[in-house]
Write a protein that binds this ligand. Structure first.
Ligand code: ZN
Length: 318
């Protein structure tokens, strides 16, 4: 973990207080927990997942906005029939006119560009590294590959529903970065209706589960998250609820007091955002149970589906 940047160390953020957030979560959790219990009952305890069983469970657990999924994306490669980076062609669907920016965390080339990614950038509250390498599973499957694969799957789902989707990096991007300030700027410039930064954590074995990171209220330097704190929380709660239901992945057992939600003020990608934005840490790459999920294409499809349903829910009611 020594190479994991401060952004994604098992963080030491302020523990969420028992307060409005917890109360809000209480409303959300029963449905989500139901999904988890169904998962425990039907799917077993989460080692390796037979995709057949899991698929059946998923379709039972995720009725609403799920579009029939065709053409699964390739493992971490280009999406079949992928459009290039950037805005998608015009299309119809319930999300027509909505813009979503997907930020796949890190970059596979960051390991070879340490000077570039260590350059400090201004995140409002302070200076911080341009970007970090991210983590990997013990077998070497990198977080940067994971995030890009989920991003491609998520883009496909959202585009099917008519959204215009932009990625902060893609196969044709430079071999490092972009810096966290640029990642935020891309969402701002696109006037995104929602932005999501995709990650997986690098914590200790036994620490598992997902969490969604919400922007704290920050007003310092170039950072002013005050207008986006409320909508970002709404977005994050919806994503957490749907992610839990669709994937069966439990909320983190090591951060967030079991809510699956954490608020942070030290992430440039959130501090500098002027559009509703959250991060999701989909699981812990250093935990063997989570790693078995994160390295499964079928599971990543469910992860993308869960995230998409949260975004769709947010966009259709905002
Ligand atoms: Zn990360």
């Amino acid at each position: 973990m020594s190479y994991v940047g401060p952004d994604f160390e098992p963080p030491q953020p302020p523990r969420p207080r028992r307060g409005p957030l917890t109360v809000a979560l209480a409303a959300l959790v029963p449905g989500a927990l139901l999904g988890w219990l169904v998962y425990e009952t039907v799917g077993g305890s989460g080692g390796s997942h037979g995709s057949d069983t899991a698929g059946a469970r998923t379709s039972a657990a995720s009725p609403s906005t799920a579009e029939p999924w065709s053409a699964p994306a390739t493992d971490d490669g280009k999406k079949p029939g992928a459009t290039p980076t950037g805005s998608a062609p015009a299309r119809s669907g319930p999300l027509k006119g909505k813009v979503v920016v997907i930020d796949p965390g890190h970059n596979p080339g960051n390991f070879r560009h340490t000077a570039e990614i260590n350059r400090p950038v201004d995140i409002g509250t302070n200076n911080k590294e341009c970007d970090t390498t991210g983590t990997s599973t013990n077998a070497g499957y990198t977080e940067a590959r994971f995030t890009m694969d989920v991003a491609h799957r998520l883009r496909a789902i959202l585009e099917q529903q008519g959204a215009t989707v932009k990625l902060t990096r893609d196969g044709d991007s430079p071999p490092w970065g972009p810096c966290v300030d640029e990642r935020a700027r891309i969402g701002n410039t696109a006037h995104a209706d929602a932005a999501i930064s995709i990650h997986a954590d690098g914590s200790a074995e036994g620490n598992r589960g997902f969490h969604v990171i919400l922007p704290a209220s920050v007003h310092a330097g170039a950072a002013d998250t005050r207008p986006i704190v409320g909508p970002s929380r709404d977005l994050g709660e919806r994503i957490a609820g749907r992610f839990l239901s669709v994937t069966g992945e439990p909320p983190s057992n090591y951060i967030g007091d079991g809510t699956g939600l954490v608020t942070r003020q030290d992430l440039g990608g959130l501090n500098l955002s002027t559009v509703p934005k959250v991060f999701i840490e989909c699981g812990n790459m250093r935990d063997s149970k989570d790693a078995a999920l994160l390295t499964s294409g079928a599971w990543r499809q469910k992860a993308a589906q869960g995230i998409s349903e949260g975004i769709v829910s947010f966009l259709r009611e905002s």
